[in-house]
Design a protein around this ligand. Sequence first.
Ligand SMILES: [Zn+2]
Length: 381
Amino acid sequence: MFSYRILKKSKKSSARTGMIKTPHGTINTPQFMPVGTVGAVKAVHPEELKKIGAEIVLANTYHLYLRPGDRTVKKLGKLHKFMNWHQPILTDSGGYQVFSLSYNGLKRGVAQGEIKPAKITNRGVEFFSHLDGSKHFIGPRESINIQENLGADIIMAFDHCPSTDSNKQEVERALNRTNQWLGQCFKAKTARNQLLAPICQGGIFQDLRSQSISHIIKYKSPVYAIGGVSVGESKEKIYQISKFCADNLPQESARYAMGIGYPEDIVKLISFGMDLFDCVLPTRLARHGVAWVRCEKGRGIELEDISYNYEQIDLAKRKYSSSSEPLDDECDCNFCRNFSKAYLHHLVREKEILGIRILSIHNLRFIFQLIEKIKKNIEKF
Ligand SMILES: [Zn+2]
């Protein structure tokens, strides 16, 4: 029911094109997954997602478990039907959010006095909802159970992703726990039409990454994820660890670099042999009035014979208030091309929903267009 096959390997780098087969269709890799946190890619209709090139979307287990509840989603025909998205879906395990959001809730003062930091034991994590401070528990068994109720094609192992400021001993402890939980996840899994993908952890420590890889490859999965590489480290570290993981994971499986979203990072990691990406960045930036556009000088995108620059522009800035130029001359998203920067500036200033929609679609298309170029390039060499 699930498989990964390499179609073409680049002769110039470790980049490759391939196909991941799932019950809801094929994912052509490299591929980017727009994030639909609560079961919707914010401001973008599923038909629009298809039109701009999305083949798979990611939904968050933590959020859907809290609201509307995984049992409700199951009753309503599971995620594909609930979201009216009939192509592949991936759900994360909730592992990352039970730590980060419990803490964010604490920082933001949501339900003050009730929210405490998440408590972790070998059985799982006790945490407090960022919505109302209510107490919950998710461990490997609970995470798989929730993900089975949600019904995505690819589900993720419940892992402990330590924060960036953790020392080696803490990272090692989190890794041992993640390894232990992986076995429990596979034991808890009952659905045959879902692929459970193991996650490599180990922070910035190569020996721990190596230990993690030796452990997860025992499960012979067509997809392995690399977690904990984009949680605040320098780009240099992200590249170094990603390259190490890509070099050491089995060639015949797809590699999913979790949470990587800047165009230049995606390109770099594709050149190391990563195949799947997800990030909230394109849509989150859009909601802040920020767009990715091609330009003469700026952030460099380089891979094989692809070379261009782009910049992140903040449309709220006064300098765009009278600009009759289009957002990006070379964009083919068809959603942005007939609007001037001045009009988009106006929409952003007025907090008009249309502005967020146009920029969200445009930023996502920016990534898809880039990935399509890369695929053509890999096939050429
Ligand atoms: Zn566009």
